[in-house]
Structure formats: structure tokens, C-alpha cells
Design a protein. Structure first.
Length: 555
């Protein structure tokens, strides 16, 4: 960096070093979990996302900074895992957009690229909540811009960003009550601090003595409220032609809506826009070439169909990350065997068998502590031999990656944002092959709203939550994601939780026992549950899930 510019070689080293620093500290970030259950995986998700970005950068032979930034953007997108990984990929996407076409960047250009990354990431969240990775990134970018305006060099800009990130991270418990209650800072923000640390280390050529903030996290929150939609029609299609000018098309379409994305080449352009008049958009574009793969969604109707599922989800019920890049793929590159197929996430031989018996075509292996990447989800969707695919994440931390994969798929995809296996099963049971998609989405949403999920696991760290003092090894009973019971025996906690969850109108109690439970004990549960709760039908099945003794469904 002798010239005072941030070069392609500097970027390559920065991404590789940042990935290494984050990976070395990912267990510390994983440990920053509001809930003491064994599935705090923010650090792992961010580290795997960074590794994917670094691998793509490593394969790029260009000596232009803009090209390497684009490689990092695509690598992080395809490798994004969990909500924190998706947000990280959006930071990279904005960075790449700002650095497009540049051979190198000066301090002010680099600082504004950080700011564009933050702007892009914020657009991925409908109503950002303060005290998250987004807040930390925003304040870091703001400090970088101020430093650049005061004539700081590249290193000075980066140091200003890191200092502000650390300061803001320490303040996150004052912004989110749940963080203060648990005595923690935001995990995603802590991961970002490690990334910035790695970037600076790559310039200094040595390891830094980085301060460690002794607190912990929660993922960013996304509201389900859509408000008044000015442009309700989500419109996507391909233009095939000669001499197509993406910039000219983009300029013309800007007046017709928002959330506009126009990408491609002179022969093939992908258009995505939210508009109030799809006909006007198509009328203009059809004059430029042949239109294919036309998809028009009424987002108001879709939101109403899924609103009941999305209500209260803190992990990403927004339709998708706005502005995610779309790969121009033809719709005819897969063999169609049926009209609608289903892909779903599950971990455990028994759970996978249940989902397949209910009509799931492709299983993505994953769940707690093992969030699949955007690419994993996309590959599963692409393997389904159907014109349209319903995807069931069955985990709140996978929903955003699923939304990203939806953008990249070469067919129509509907993400029903299920957060648990019981919700996924309820949605599958509500599906009717002879009904249209709108009807099925409404039926599935209603079924998901009706089911109650109980989970029995164990604590991996000390904390205080919901008036309970929790120690490592305590058995925890969780009702729809909230810790409701603490005990010492998994079966007794199961019985007590079932007592709490069962209401006068409930009819069915289903329990899946995991790989922590001996088979004979799991099979003997049915008789005891039937004796204790004669008012409902009881079914006990092998799930094989790790980490969770039991997963319980009440309907």
C-alpha cells in the first residue's frame, strides 16, 4: 500500500486475514448467546460465510479491486449461513457496488464503500432494530467517513472504524433490553469487530492486541409489518436480445417503481422491480428483446397469506433481502416431473423420514448449530423436479438464507417461514395437491399458527432469564422458543412442559425423541404420556435430532 491506495492485493490479503481472525475467535462469538442452549452459532455462521468469500477472492485472478470485491460479494452470498451470514453478505454486496470498476481506492473511496455496504445491508431488513450488527456496522462506517474527510490515510480510516465498532458494541446492551437482561453484547457485532481487526492486521503485517468486550448478543430483528405498499407487484423477467444496455434500461425503469435491479450482459438482462403497473414495465422491455421467465407477485396478497406465520418472528420474515443479486438462468434447464415440489430443512434420520413420508422431495441437512448456506438451500431447490417449489426452513435462523436462495433460483419458489419441525410438519399436512398455490399458502399459514412447539434441551452456560438462574447442565423446557421450565431430568421437564402447553381444545400430542435418548426410554414414553394426558391422542416417534432430548408438537 505504498501508493497510499487500497489495492486489489491489499483486498485479497485483508479478506484472507479477516477470515482467519474470525475463524480463530468464532467460539467466542458463538458463546455470546442470549439463550444458554447449545445452538449459539453466530460465530460459526459468520466464519463460514467469510471463508466462502475468501475462497472466491482466492480464485479471482484479476488485479482490479472492483473485481475482487465482486468475487467476495458473490462468495459471501452463496456461502451465507444464518441471519448474521446473510447480513454480512449484504455488507459485501454494497462494498462491491461502490468499488465497481475501480483498480484501487483512496481513503475517502474506501470509507464511502463501507457506507454503501451499510446502506445495502439496512435495505435487507424491513424495520432494523438498534443494538445489532447493523448498528455496529453503521457507526463504524460513519467513523470511517469522518476520518477520511479529516485526511486520514487508509490505516487511519480502518482504525477509526474499528474503534467506533468496539465502542458501539459495548453499548448494545443499552439498546436492546434482552441483551442487558442476559449481560451480553450482540454476537454479530462482535464478529464484525473481529473482521475489522483482521483487515487492519493484514496491513500491519502482524497480530494486534485487540480488546475483548466481556458481554454478548442477539441477532437482528425483522418486523412482519409491511405498511402501505406503494408498488405492490414484485415483477421479474429476463430480456434476451442484442446490444442490450443495462444502464439505459435501469435509468428508464427507475420512474416505474422501486427495489430495482437490472443486471446482465448485452445479450441477456435480468430485471427485478417492485411496481404498481407491471404492464407498463413489460411494454417498455418487450421493445428491447424477447421476454422470458416472467413472474409477477402481488406482495400484499402474499403477505396476507403468510402474515400469521410471520407474526412475532425475530429472525427474518421479510420477503427477501432487497437487492440480492440474481443469477440469469434459463427456466428450461431442469426436468419437470410435477407442478409443485417441496424442499425442507431437517437434521435427524427419523425427522427426515417423517418429512419424506409427507411429500418432501429434497432434504437439506441442517438445523441447530448447522445452518445450511444459501448455496446449500439453492442446490436443494434446483434438485426438485417441479415447476414451483415450496421451501420450509424449519428454523428461524435459516429463513433469510432461504429468501436469498429464492432470488437465485431458476423457478418460482415460495418460502413458508416455518421456525420449527412441528411447524413444518403442520404445513405439510395442510398442503393439498389439488388446490391452487394461494389456497395452499393460506392453509399452511393457518396450520403453522395453530401448532405449538416444545423443545427439551440442556444449558451450556450460566445466565439469568425469565426470573430463572440457569447453570450449565440444567435441563431446559422451551415453549415456542422461550425458556419456560428448568429442571434436572429430561422426562420430568417434558411432562411438566406438556402440562403447561396443553389447552382444553388441543387434541394431539406428538413427541420426537433425539439421539440423546436411549431407544427403550423413548419407546416407553408413549404409555406414560397417555396415562398422564388421557384427553389427547399421543404419538411418540424416533426423531434422531442432536442436542435436543425431545421435540414436542401440540395441536
Amino acid at each position: 500500500m505504498a501508493s497510499g491506495l487500497f489495492s486489489a492485493d491489499d483486498f485479497r490479503k485483508a479478506v484472507a486475514t479477516a477470515s482467519a481472525v474470525l475463524d480463530e475467535n468464532r467460539s467466542k462469538v458463538d458463546a455470546l448467546n442470549v439463550f444458554p442452549v447449545p445452538d449459539g452459532d453466530t460465530g460459526t455462521n459468520m466464519s463460514l460465510t467469510m471463508k466462502s468469500a475468501a475462497a472466491e477472492v482466492g480464485k479471482c485472478g484479476s488485479n482490479r479491486l472492483g473485481d475482487l470485491a465482486q468475487a467476495a460479494s458473490m462468495g459471501s452470498l452463496m456461502g451465507a449461513r444464518g441471519n448474521s451470514g446473510v447480513i454480512l453478505s449484504q455488507l459485501f454486496r454494497g462494498l462491491a457496488k461502490a468499488l465497481e470498476g475501480k483498480e484501487a481506492a483512496g481513503p475517502i473511496e474506501l470509507a464511502w464503500a463501507f457506507q454503501e455496504g451499510v446502506n445495502t445491508a439496512y435495505k435487507a431488513v424491513m424495520k432494523p432494530v438498534e443494538g445489532t450488527i447493523l448498528t455496529v456496522a453503521r457507526e463504524a462506517a460513519r467513523a470511517a467517513v469522518v476520518a477520511a474527510r479529516e485526511n486520514a490515510d487508509i490505516l487511519g480510516v480502518l482504525r477509526a472504524a474499528l474503534e467506533s465498532a468496539e465502542k458501539t458494541l459495548a453499548q448494545t446492551p443499552d439498546m436492546l433490553p434482552v441483551l442487558k437482561q442476559s449481560g451480553v453484547v450482540d454476537a454479530g457485532g462482535k464478529g464484525l469487530v473481529y473482521i475489522l481487526t483482521g483487515v487492519i492486521e493484514s496491513i500491519l503485517g502482524g497480530r494486534m492486541d485487540v480488546r475483548t468486550v466481556q458481554k454478548k448478543p442477539v441477532e437482528f430483528l425483522i418486523s412482519e409489518e409491511m405498511g402501505d405498499i406503494v408498488y405492490p407487484y414484485d415483477t421479474q423477467f429476463l430480456i434476451k436480445g442484442k446490444g442490450l444496455a443495462a444502464a439505459q434500461i435501469r435509468a428508464r425503469l427507475q420512474e416505474m417503481g422501486d427495489s430495482l435491479l437490472v443486471v446482465g450482459s448485452e445479450d441477456l438482462v435480468r430485471v427485478h422491480i417492485h411496481t404498481d403497473n407491471p404492464g407498463r414495465v413489460l411494454d417498455y422491455c418487450v421493445r428491447l428483446g424477447t421476454l422470458t421467465g416472467i413472474v409477477i407477485e402481488n406482495m400484499k396478497e402474499q403477505h396476507e397469506a403468510l402474515k400469521s406465520v410471520a407474526n412475532g418472528d425475530a429472525n427474518g420474515e421479510h420477503d427477501e433481502a432487497v437487492g440480492a443479486p440474481i443469477l440469469p438462468q434459463d427456466n428450461g434447464d431442469y426436468a419437470v416431473e410435477k407442478e409443485v415440489g417441496v424442499a425442507a430443512v431437517a437434521l435427524g434420520a427419523g425427522l427426515e423420514e417423517v418429512l419424506k413420508s409427507l411429500g418432501v422431495d429434497e432434504i437439506v441437512s441442517g438445523g441447530q448449530t448447522m445452518n445450511p448456506s444459501t448455496e446449500d438451500v439453492l442446490n436443494a431447490i434446483q434438485r426438485v423436479r417441479a415447476r414451483r417449489v415450496i421451501f420450509l426452513p424449519n428454523n428461524g435462523n435459516i429463513i433469510l438464507a432461504a429468501k436469498q436462495a429464492k432470488r437465485l433460483a431458476n423457478r418460482k419458489v415460495y418460502v413458508v417461514p416455518t421456525k420449527t419441525i412441528p411447524q413444518g410438519i403442520a404445513a405439510l399436512l395442510a398442503f393439498r395437491p389439488d388446490a391452487n398455490m394461494e389456497t395452499n399458502l393460506k392453509r399452511m399459514a393457518k396450520a403453522v399458527r395453530r401448532v405449538k412447539t416444545g423443545e427439551i434441551t440442556y444449558a451450556v452456560r450460566s445466565t439469568s432469564l425469565n426470573g430463572m438462574t440457569i447453570q450449565p447442565g440444567d435441563v431446559l423446557g422451551m415453549w415456542d422458543g422461550d425458556i419456560a421450565i428448568k429442571g434436572s431430568n429430561p422426562e420430568e421437564v417434558l411432562f411438566e412442559l406438556a402440562e403447561k402447553m396443553l389447552g382444553p381444545d388441543d387434541e394431539i400430542l406428538t413427541v420426537f425423541y433425539g439421539d440423546l435418548v436411549p431407544q427403550e426410554k423413548g419407546e416407553s414414553l408413549a404409555a406414560e404420556l397417555a396415562r398422564r394426558f388421557p384427553q389427547v391422542d399421543v404419538e411418540v416417534r424416533f426423531g434422531g435430532q442432536p442436542l435436543y432430548y425431545y421435540i414436542m408438537s401440540v395441536e
